[in-house]
Design a protein around this ligand. Structure first.
Ligand code: HEM
Length: 453
């Protein structure tokens, strides 16, 4: 069956491209009303099919996933993360996924959780000392700091904080260059003459050198360290007995860092913002946290299950502000998606941000209401309408890692501080690789625990 596909040709080529690439969230939300949830448009001289239709998304990510590879935008990421899980394809990806998966089994997560607890306790003490009784902070800077500390410790147990600091600055700078190239393809030639590219390669060389040195050191010491690097070094292919090469290890470690740090930092920043705007939700969540924690500073791993409402708060926050707000695919062969013929080599642009705010599936979609995620209220098809971690075989491998990290950080912050938004600041989402608060989120934090004089 072939239906005539709705087309979006409005605004002329240049304006349309600018609107799509620089203001994607409003572009897709507006077109959901005016054009629909599946339509064609020509972007950067390529056939784009833009969708927030759950059946179309399910077809691309799940039912016919073998016909799809990641869209060309992901190629730019390869400059930093090489051929790791996010960017690899086909048989190589399948083998890597099989090898890496055990590092995220529950037994390993428990080990990583112990390290996370230590980091969060140290962070909370540091934050309390920094602000004393009360103080103003930019929460997106704070959440970047704690998630970067956690990712460094859980990846390589590096507890030398000056190493950690330089590593994380170099990763940030390299990532910034890649995002610039993704967002401004027309300015890429300029980077060869304005020094940006040279600086990028310098950072990349430093990163490679540091990570390869860590791997070498580990191989020599033969110590069995239960961090992600150690776990990845220990895995063997069940069929061939092969282990990962240094380059594969480097690529996967960089991939975990890039895929796992900024996403969690943004989810936490948006969640704290929503909590500050909804004191009744904050109070309900704090009551749950106090009940579960009692006199303890952090929840134990087994207690995370009891932080049900905290989980709902995070889930609802990622519905409104999904850190990974879109996913792109390219089809290897011609296809038919929900009745529309799609020529080979098209780009399917999936807007999960728009799907998660579509009134067809969400009652009063703009409202922040964590009770939607109460287990008894969830509708059977909600998994197709809610995709913060993607779907199908390429679904996020770090989903449980991220959820336990975020439940831990959030519960400790809510147990120890009150949050008040600073007035007259502009808080708007900016859709880069992840969905971040464009100008940060400034808040006054007040310690709920008395600080020793
Ligand atoms: C709130 C936090 C996170 C969110 C919202 C998130 C979201 C996502 C999404 C939507 C995808 C699928 C992308 C696509 O299909 O195009 C993905 C893939 C991935 N994520 Fe996450 N992620 C988070 C945290 C993490 C963490 C903590 C790690 C690792 C420690 C991680 C590692 C990965 C990897 C390796 C992939 C690629 C999987 C594959 O293709 O096999 N993520 N993530």
């Amino acid at each position: 069956m072939n239906k005539a596909i709705p087309k979006y040709t409005g605004e002329g080529f240049f304006k349309r491209n600018a609107a799509f690439f620089t203001d994607s969230l409003n572009f897709t939300m507006r077109n959901l009303k005016e054009v629909g949830d599946f339509y064609y448009s020509n972007m950067m001289m390529r056939n784009y099919y833009i969708t927030s239709n759950p059946e179309a998304i399910h077809h691309v990510l799940v039912t016919n996933h073998r016909n799809y590879i990641k869209s060309p935008a992901y190629q730019q990421l390869k400059m930093v993360i090489g051929n790791g899980l996010v960017t690899s394809e086909g048989e190589f990806w399948r083998k890597q996924r099989r090898l890496v998966q055990p590092a995220f089994y529950k037994k390993q997560l428990v080990e990583l959780y112990n390290v996370m607890q230590e980091e969060v306790q140290a962070y909370e003490t540091g934050l309390r000392n920094r602000i004393q009784k009360e103080g103003t902070v930019d929460l997106s800077v704070e959440m970047t700091k704690i998630t970067a500390d956690i990712v460094c410790r859980t990846l390589f147990t590096s507890d030398n904080s000056s190493d950690q600091q330089t590593l994380y600055q170099a990763i940030g700078a390299a990532q910034e260059f890649v995002v610039f190239c993704m967002q401004n393809p027309h300015l890429v030639p300029l980077t060869y003459i304005n020094g940006k590219r040279r600086k990028f390669y310098k950072n990349k060389a430093f990163l490679d050198q540091t990570i390869y040195a860590l791997i070498e050191e580990r191989r020599k010491s033969k110590q069995d360290i239960p961090d992600l690097l150690g776990m990845l070094m220990n895995v063997e292919d069940a069929d061939t007995g092969e282990v990962m090469s240094n380059q594969q290890l480097r690529d996967e470690v960089m991939t975990m860092y890039i895929a796992g740090q900024e996403t969690s930092a943004n989810a936490l920043s948006w969640t704290l913002y929503l909590l500050a705007k909804h004191p009744e939700v904050l109070e309900k969540m704090r009551a749950e946290v106090q009940l579960v924690l009692g006199n303890n500073r952090t929840p134990a791993f087994q207690e995370l299950m009891r932080l049900q409402y905290t989980r709902q708060v995070l889930e609802e926050s990622m519905r409104l502000y999904p850190p990974v707000w879109s996913m792109g695919r390219e089809n290897l062969e011609a296809d038919n998606i929900i009745g529309y013929d799609i020529p080979k080599g098209s780009i399917i642009f999936i807007s999960n941000y728009t799907l998660q705010r579509d009134p067809k599936y969400w009652e009063d979609p703009e409202k922040f209401d964590p009770d939607r995620f109460h287990l008894e209220r969830l509708k059977p098809l909600f998994r197709q309408h809610y995709l913060p971690f993607g779907a199908g075989p390429r679904m996020c491998i770090g989903k449980h890692f991220a959820m336990m990290e975020m439940q831990l950080i959030l519960s400790v912050l809510v147990n120890n501080f009150n949050f008040e938004l600073i007035q007259d600041q502009e808080i708007i989402p900016q859709a880069l690789v992840t969905l971040k608060p464009k100008f940060g989120i400034k808040m006054k934090l007040k310690s709920l625990v008395s600080v020793p004089a």
